[in-house]
Design a protein around this ligand. Structure first.
Ligand code: 13P
Length: 251
């Protein structure tokens, strides 16, 4: 069982050229070099992975990717395999981000295959789930999340998922400046933890890290981390600058 060390992750999305990415990564490596009591990850765009990995060498910050394709190799123009990510230095991969679901038509079945591919290569999956505003308004939050989790993790056994990290990212809170309230976040995280307990056992659920994502900033990380079922954050916009991200990491 993995311990629930706080985990702060930055998702750079489609921002930063190679030189911009390396510069920010170098600043982060410097600012965060003495942090020992939490896990930290940044996920730059594919083009910067290897170079950012170099910049983070000997720092407490791990490298993650934002996506992958499930086949191990082949004629799949434009796609990137799990083994390629590992060879670029990645330890983590974000899977099922709502932007991939929304803009690129990613389904729960795709998500499941991607998690399978990550597990096969010992990449740690960060599975993202979240409801839209209209789903929340219609009181469908839990049924939507249940379906995303159950279908994304279908046919796995707990042993295969020992490095899984779950990220709850309500779509209405991403990039909007609207953070979910700490009560809303705690309510969902606790429901997710019980669901994972039903699926994979209590001890699995007790060790699972559940991150919150959606307009996390230095000003709100502290209160979010006080919630008993919040084990970290997946940060978008505020992870693009080294100083701000370091403040979040050292909440
Ligand atoms: P923001 O922090 O910019 O709202 O993005 C959250 C997110 O989507 C992280 O994956």
């Amino acid at each position: 069982m993995e311990s629930r060390r706080p985990f702060i992750a930055g998702n750079w999305k489609m921002y930063k050229t190679l030189s911009e990415a390396v510069k920010t990564a170098e600043e982060m490596a410097e600012l965060l070099r003495d942090i020992k009591d939490r896990d930290i990850m940044i996920a730059p765009p594919f083009t910067a992975l290897a170079a950012v990995g170099e910049a983070l060498r000997n720092s407490p910050v791990s490298l993650g990717a934002q996506n992958l394709y499930w086949e191990s190799e082949g004629a799949y123009t434009g796609e990137i395999s799990a083994a390629m990510l590992v060879s670029a230095g990645c330890r983590y991969v974000i899977i099922g981000h709502s932007e991939r679901r929304q803009y690129f038509g990613e389904t729960d079945e795709d998500v499941r295959r991607k998690i399978r591919a990550a597990v096969r290569e010992n990449l740690r999956p960060v599975l993202c789930v979240g409801e839209t505003e209209s789903e929340r308004d219609a009181k469908n939050t839990f049924s939507v999340l249940d379906k995303q989790v159950k279908n994304g993790l279908k046919d796995f056994v707990s042993d295969e998922l020992k490095h899984l990290v779950l990220a709850y990212e309500p779509v209405w809170a991403i990039g909007t400046g609207k953070t979910a309230s700490t009560e809303q976040v705690q309510e969902v995280h606790s429901r997710l933890r019980s669901l994972l307990g039903t699926l994979f056992g209590e001890s699995f659920a007790a060790g699972l890290r559940i991150l919150y994502g959606g307009s996390v900033k230095p000003e709100n990380i502290g209160e979010l981390m006080q919630m008993p079922d919040v084990d970290g954050a997946l940060v978008g916009g505020a992870s693009l600058k080294a100083a701000g991200f370091s403040k979040i990491v050292s909440y």
